[in-house]
Design a protein around this ligand. Structure first.
Ligand code: SF4
Ligand code: SF4
Length: 205
């Protein structure tokens, strides 16, 4: 209706007293509260970069490749690249013969795409790609953010914390750490459907 004010007060609206209506006393009250907290509470912030933060073993920093005896542990199976949601990983395999058969000729992770989800680490059958503790990265241009083997390979000894952590914690969701819910496990679901189909096929024949 014409003439009706847009902002009408509701029945539950608190009525302000004289001092609250003055506005400034409330501002000083708020500042006083913040100041008291500044003095009385411990500081949770770091004076970075002078003061460094050392992440725990379950931290997901930039993904790196494990180097053993000067060579990548990776067998260039391409699983990590397939699992990577933003398609940050690319590689080319080469035949190297011997028991291992294949290794990456080149391997790249585009760190501008990486979302640090850790899927690559989860799917890798060799524990050849792991999430490191490195979190501070800066680039001058986009090409610097594409890490090749020379930047990705880290000796296994320097990744011991993470590798030890994975030994205990990796794949805990498959029944070891949490209460195992069989219906949540896609593989057992598939297997159960297959077994059901088998038993029905047996009955029919
Ligand atoms: S952490 Fe996630 S986004 Fe980054 S490379 Fe691995 S799978 Fe891709
Ligand atoms: S999943 Fe592991 S072994 Fe396979 S290509 Fe990736 S890093 Fe290499």
């Amino acid at each position: 209706m014409p003439g009706t004010p847009v902002n009408t007060s509701s029945a539950n609206e608190r009525k302000l007293n004289f001092w609250e209506k003055l506005y400034l006393p409330e501002v000083f009250k708020g500042l006083g509260y913040s100041f008291r907290k500044m003095i009385s509470e411990p500081s949770y912030t770091f004076e970075y970069p002078e003061e460094q933060w050392y992440p725990p073993d379950n931290y997901r920093g930039r993904p790196v490749l494990v180097e053993e005896e000067g060579k990548p542990r990776c067998v260039s199976c391409n699983l990590c690249a397939k699992a990577c949601p933003p398609m940050a990983i690319s590689m080319q395999s080469e035949d190297i013969g011997g028991a291992k058969e294949r290794a990456p000729q080149w391997f790249e992770i585009n760190m501008l795409r990486c979302i640090y989800c850790g899927f690559c680490e989860e799917v890798c059958p060799e524990e050849a790609i792991v999430m490191s503790k490195e979190y501070d990265m800066t680039f001058q241009d986009r090409s610097e953010a594409v890490f090749g083997l020379e930047r990705l390979l880290i000796p296994a000894e320097r990744l011991k914390d993470r590798l030890d952590y994975l030994e205990v914690e990796k794949n805990k969701q498959f029944g070891q750490q949490w209460d195992f819910q069989e219906e949540n496990n896609i593989h057992s679901l598939r297997d159960r459907k297959f077994l059901k189909w088998l038993s029905t096929a047996d009955e029919v024949s």
